[in-house]
Every structure is written in C-alpha cells, then in structure tokens.
Design a binder for this molecule. Sequence first.
Ligand code: SF4
Ligand code: SF4
Length: 290
Amino acid sequence: TIEYVRKPEWLKIKLNTNEQYTGLKKMMREKKLHTVCEEAKCPNIHECWAVRKTATFMILGSVCTRACRFCAVQTGLPTELDWEEPVRVAESVEQMGLKHVVITAVARDDLKDGGAGVFAETVRAVRRLNPFCSIEVLPSDMNGECDNLKTLMDARPDILNHNIETVRRLTPRVRARATYERSLGFLKRAKELNPNIPTKSSIMIGLGETKEEIIETMVDLRDNDVDIMTIGQYLQPTKHHLKVQKYWSPQEFNELKEIALSKGFSHCESGPLVRSSYHADEQVRAAKSN
Ligand code: SF4
Ligand code: SF4
C-alpha cells in the first residue's frame, strides 16, 4: 500500500458558493432534505444545480445501516420514516426547476421493505408535480429482495441506477454487506421487471484495481443487460476512509470510455470528476434514443 498519493492538478477545483447556491442550501435545511451534492462536497455542484438543472437527493434519512469504507454517510440505526418526505422532495425539484433528478437513499436494512415504499412514493410525487423532469433512482440492493425492487420499478422511474462501485476482487474490502454478485443480480432483475427502463451502474477507480479488472466489470455488467456505465476517480472523504491507491489520468479515463462503448454500453461517462449522477440528463436522452 502507498501511504500518500499527491492529488494531481486536474482534481484541484474550487467549490462554488454564490448567492443562488446559498439560497438553495437554505431551502434544503428548511425542508429537512439531504442532497449528495452537498454532503459529498461534490465538485460539480455549480454546474449541476445552476447550469444543467440536476441534483441528487438522498431520502430516508441521513443515517445508514451500512458502513461502506469509501462513503462519508454516517452509520447507525436510523429512526426516521417520514411519509411527508416525498412531497417535500417534489416541491424542491419544482423550486429548483430541475430537468433531471436523481433520488438515492441510505440503505435501510432495518425496514422490511428496505425503504422501497417511501422511495416509490417519492418517484410518484416528483412526477405529479414535475411531469417534464426525468427521474433516476439509485437504490441500494434493498436487502436483495425482489419484491422491494418491484415496488420501486412499479413507480416507473426513467432510469434504474444501482452502483457496483468497484471490481469483483475489491468488493469485500470496499462495500459493507453488499456483494458483487448480488448487485449484478439486482440489475438483471430490474431489467426483467421492466425491459423498457434503462439500467445503469457506476464504479469508482483508484482503489487498487487493475485495468483488466475494470474491463471484467464492464463485461459482467453487459452480461446482465446494463445499458449505461459511469467511471470516476475515488477520492478519500476523510482520513478514516480507504486511501487512494492511484489517480488515473484523464487519458486513461478516455481510453476506458472507448473500451466501455466497444463492449456495448449505450452511453458511458468516464473522467476524474465523474460521479454516478454526472451528466445524467444526457444519459437519459441517449438511452431513450436507443
Ligand atoms: Fe450532485 Fe451528482 Fe451533480 Fe455531484 S454530479 S453535484 S452529486 S448531481
Ligand atoms: Fe454509503 Fe450507500 Fe454504503 Fe450506506 S450503503 S454506507 S449510503 S455507500
């Protein structure tokens, strides 16, 4: 293992804190909502919120029952189950004028339905108030239960996204409880439940994986009918999280994108600052025109 890898120039970006952004942050607090954009201190926040009109909401609370070693979300036993949250998310999407929204959630292994009920209701509430906004859902494996996935798919999101996060070999070290095979099965079942809804998955690289292992992951995803893939650089959120083993260069990201497209993905975003939800509006268009 490497003790410390210096952050390259292409990752040194300044966080935007203009007035509009401050206003939206205030609205989030008032409505007791969480966004991944803020909590992960995502470097793309200005581009996404102000220019592309997209954001990623994290529902079902801010405490997760799992403790993945790359993730900064707090671990514990959640207590909230707020059936009003779907409406507040829908109102915020309207207030922000979003064209594309990503809805993700902490893993609620404490709930029998894994949170699928509130999740599905959020999709419906957002659609009722924002009929022209495309909706992407990004659930955990919801305990791997097919019924939970069906509840969510029945709400007919525009994209089902479930992140495989890393290559097969590193999964036990990187992810808590989730398994590589279970995630593949989850993506496959989503496609079986509704073949018209595009599926998507993302990996973070820089955790010690090889190029061959990344390609193997691409093939595994394609074997399970995944349509869209995103690849981004892992950044260590705090010193208690897994260390970065390598900063892949922009050229290497471009090369990975070409390989992904050659494996049959309809769309691939690949770059150092790419996050699961980055340029997601384009991905919906690409998936729909296929
Ligand atoms: Fe939010 Fe995703 Fe955009 Fe980052 S890339 S600001 S998490 S929508
Ligand atoms: Fe973070 Fe999701 Fe893992 Fe929970 S399940 S620790 S929110 S990555």
